[in-house]
Ligand binder design. Structure first.
Ligand code: FER
Length: 274
């Protein structure tokens, strides 16, 4: 018996831990293939599972932006997995930009989420979403649609809640158009925005959908954000049942000014809530 006990004790000491990894991959999205990078943290054993976060970029953005990479790496060091990916029409993913809408970005997230859930090392009961700007709107609406059974915690970084209002006033980040005669395409930041994008943004029930999510939310916004004034983020924070509002003084849309603090807020939130 003693020998057996000793053997079992030694055996547990030699259970191989599973090393951390950062791996590029291709997934099927709503409009074609999506390019992604998945971050797996070091796990105590081959059978261990970890919390996991989907990280969503903004309008004309991509998965390799410094902020998003930093979030992935910081979470990985803290034992939390993540995936960053290019939305349809963005970065290295397929699909013409002109066909991209907030609706089909939500479909992209659902497809990525299904992939993530199929990974044996991901704890499906501890899934989070983090989105920057338009990615924040997409994250908020996806969390509202899926509910807190499927999404445990949500981080919104400078969420672009002004998109719907801007569009209804015939404006997209400074580009004007006629909302009563929506053009087939409107150039915004040198990108062709399609008619469908504008129709979806005009009609979406953003706050209403978002506020169906009852889990914990952390909203972080810069007070000097020119692309999305911080009052829009505040409105998100005020509308949720369970939100923390973090206003970063003099910070802009990219949240670069107090980056270390912003990152530590995100890590602490997910470590606590996931
Ligand atoms: C707009 C306001 C904000 C808009 C886009 C954004 C396309 C989002 C910016 C971003 O994701 O960084 O009117 O129109």
């Amino acid at each position: 018996m003693r020998r057996l006990a000793l053997f079992l004790l030694l055996a547990t000491l030699f259970i191989p831990a599973s090393a951390q990894s950062t791996t590029p991959l291709t997934l099927q999205g709503s409009k074609g293939k999506l390019k992604a990078v998945i971050h797996k943290p070091r796990l105590a054993s081959k059978k261990s599972k970890c919390a996991f976060v989907l990280i969503l970029h903004g309008f004309t953005g991509n998965k390799n932006e410094t902020l998003l990479e930093q979030i992935s790496k910081g979470l990985q060091q803290r034992g939390i997995g993540s995936i960053r990916f290019d939305f349809n029409g963005h970065g290295e993913s397929e699909g013409p930009f002109q066909e991209m809408t907030i609706e089909n970005e939500i479909e992209d997230v659902k497809k990525v989420l299904n992939y993530v859930k199929s990974q044996p090392w991901v704890d499906v009961k501890r899934l989070g979403l983090a989105g920057h700007s338009q990615g924040g709107v997409v994250a908020s609406m996806t969390a509202g649609l899926l509910g807190s059974d499927q999404i445990k915690a949500l981080v919104l970084l400078a969420p672009a809640a002004n998109i719907g209002e801007d569009v209804r006033h015939g404006s997209l980040l400074g580009t004007k158009f006629d909302i009563n005669h929506i053009p087939e395409r409107t150039m915004v930041w040198n990108h062709p925005v399609g008619r469908r994008y504008i129709e979806v943004a005009r009609d979406m029930k953003m706050y209403e959908t978002a506020f169906q999510f009852t889990g914990p939310v952390c909203v972080i916004h810069g007070s000097a954000d020119n692309a999305v004034p911080c009052k829009y983020g505040k409105k998100y924070a005020d509308g949720y049942k369970n939100a923390t509002w973090v206003l970063q003084k003099e910070d802009g849309h990219g949240l670069g000014k107090h980056r270390a603090q912003t990152l530590s807020t995100i890590y602490k939130f997910f470590e606590k809530k996931l």
